[in-house]
Design a protein around this ligand. Structure first.
Ligand SMILES: Nc1ncnc2c1ncn2[C@@H]1O[C@H](COP(=O)(O)OP(=O)(O)OP(=O)(O)O)[C@@H](O)[C@H]1O
Ligand SMILES: [Mg+2]
Length: 473
């Protein structure tokens, strides 16, 4: 017989019913037992949790492992913690944690009333605005979305990412990011500062006093030391990216070019830093570089603070290199070992007499006549920052300890700083005639430096250098 039915089923329905009844009773008993066991387990867990919270240290450090693995998702981090949850969060403090951004909807830009336009830069429009509810004055930077085929400009992403990480008294404070009506209207809300150093220097009759330059440099160095300690290279340091308020405080701004680096530094784009502040290794095509490029820019800014004029105003890359060598003297393999292997150095023809007379590995002092009011110690600091060889440039931390800052005149207390009328606080300004920051995504040009010493560069007609003459056309 092929049927799977019980042989007895059709024959004895009463017996069938009895069997079914027994089965049900058995099932019922099993369920009751399981339920009792579950309740007992729950009770023991609760007791264990209570006794743990009684023994946990007051600062919440407990060595006990969590009962169960917890998902460290955003929602759970933001949930209010209580009871067993809060205990497990205490335990979590002992685990390796990754920074989790608190995502939430951005506020609308309508929360701010636009007061006046400040400046159109390469990557954004900056205006002064007032937060309607608090009346606080802020700076609003609307990110430029053009030329961003990926949907959001990398410069904007880098600026937000690095500024959120770079919380320091000498770095501009990013308060929040707000949105307009469309997805491509993204604004950074920052603390407003009355001046940038470029505009201020343009408008000042006399340069800053030595004591004021020291105060500005110390703040600049302290911000930069912090950035480098966080593995952030700014890559576009120039006077227009240094902000100052009327309380004598300086803050580093414009992080559109900033990025994280590593040790050893990764292969990076060479087309960074505005031309006048660009280091010789970048100009000679170095593919790996580090925070020393920021130290070079700082040296250029130091020189600019002293003379009120940008120090090295090249008309193009070749002219920039000529101007650098005219100030520092040309590179030699003694003072900059290995510079010859940089891609653009192959075409560089050095004056033969010079390379043989240059001795020693220390960077030569810059011509004193160019900085007549600088002390010897100041000139030594400036010359080391503008060393052609990036490896001998001092770090920001080393600069902060330099004797220049301890000799007279001492740095002026910030509170004693003069105040200046704020252009940013009042009117739209003309676009400045200074070179722009390099555009992202552009290839660094292949440069021919054959003409640096005596060829056609498109630069000035002639330059007097440190002990040699450049004929530039
Ligand atoms: N927080 C601020 N407070 C006051 N003014 C500011 C602030 N941020 C920027 N500015 C002004 O706006 C100018 C341009 O800002 P920023 O450098 O951030 O923009 P950008 O588009 O990256 O500029 P660029 O490419 O020209 O360097 C600054 O030089 C400064 O004058
Ligand atoms: Mg800028």
């Amino acid at each position: 017989m092929s049927s799977s039915k019980s042989r007895w089923a059709d024959e004895d329905p009463e017996a069938d019913a009895l069997i079914a009844q027994r089965k049900r009773e058995k099932e019922e008993k099993r369920r009751a037992k399981a339920e009792k066991q579950r309740r007992e387990e729950e009770q023991t867990q609760l007791q264990a949790a209570r006794s743990q919270s009684a023994t946990a240290s007051p600062n919440g450090d407990s060595d006990a492992p969590p009962k169960k693995r917890r998902r460290l998702s955003n929602e759970q981090q933001q949930q209010p913690t209580s009871g067993v949850d809060s205990q497990q969060n205490q335990v979590k403090s002992n685990l390796l944690q990754f920074p989790v951004l608190e995502w939430g909807p951005c506020r609308h830009v309508d929360n701010f009333e636009r007061l006046n336009h400040i400046e159109e830069g390469s990557y954004g429009w900056v205006s002064r605005a007032k937060e309607i509810t608090t009346g606080e004055v802020v700076a609003l930077k609307k990110l430029k979305m053009e030329n961003s085929p990926d949907g959001f400009p990398v410069t904007g992403l880098r600026e937000i990412q690095t500024l959120l990480k770079a919380r320091h008294q000498n770095v501009v404070f990013l308060r929040e990011v707000v949105m307009g009506n469309k997805m491509d209207e993204v604004y950074l809300v920052m603390d407003f500062l009355e001046h940038d150093l470029k505009t201020l220097l343009d408008d000042m009759r006399e340069p800053f006093l030595p004591s004021e330059i020291k105060t500005l440099l110390l703040q600049f160095l302290s911000g930069l030391e912090f950035l480098h300690s966080q593995w952030i290279m700014h890559r576009d340091l120039k006077t227009s990216n240094l902000l100052m308020n009327n309380r004598g405080e300086l803050k580093i701004a414009d992080f559109g070019m900033a990025r994280y680096y590593g040790d050893p530094p990764p292969k990076l784009t060479q087309l960074v830093v505005t031309l006048w502040y660009r280091s010789p290794e970048l100009l000679l095509g170095a593919e790996t570089y580090g925070p020393e490029i920021d130290m070079w820019s700082l040296g250029c800014i130091f020189g600019e603070l002293l003379t009120k004029e940008p120090l090295l105003q090249g008309k193009n890359e070749v002219d920039q290199v000529s101007k650098i060598f005219a100030l520092t003297g040309p590179p030699t393999s003694q003072i900059w070992p290995g510079f010859r292997s940089l891609p653009n150095a192959k075409s560089l023809r050095l004056p033969p007499s010079y390379s043989s007379t240059q001795k020693g590995t220390a960077p030569p002092l810059l011509p004193r006549a160019k900085f007549p009011f600088l002390t010897n110690s100041g000139l030594q600091l400036l010359s080391s920052l503008l060393a052609l060889n990036p490896a001998v440039r001092p770090t920001a931390a080393e600069c902060l300890k330099h004797p220049y800052f301890r000799e007279d005149p001492r740095p002026k207390p910030k509170e004693m700083f003069p105040t200046f009328p704020s252009k940013a606080g009042m009117e739209k300004r003309r676009r400045r005639e200074t070179p722009e920051a390099p555009k992202r995504g552009q290839e660094a040009p292949k440069l021919d430096f054959a003409s640096v010493f005596g060829g056609q560069t498109g630069g000035d007609a002639g330059e007097a250098g440190a002990g040699f003459t450049l004929r530039l056309g």
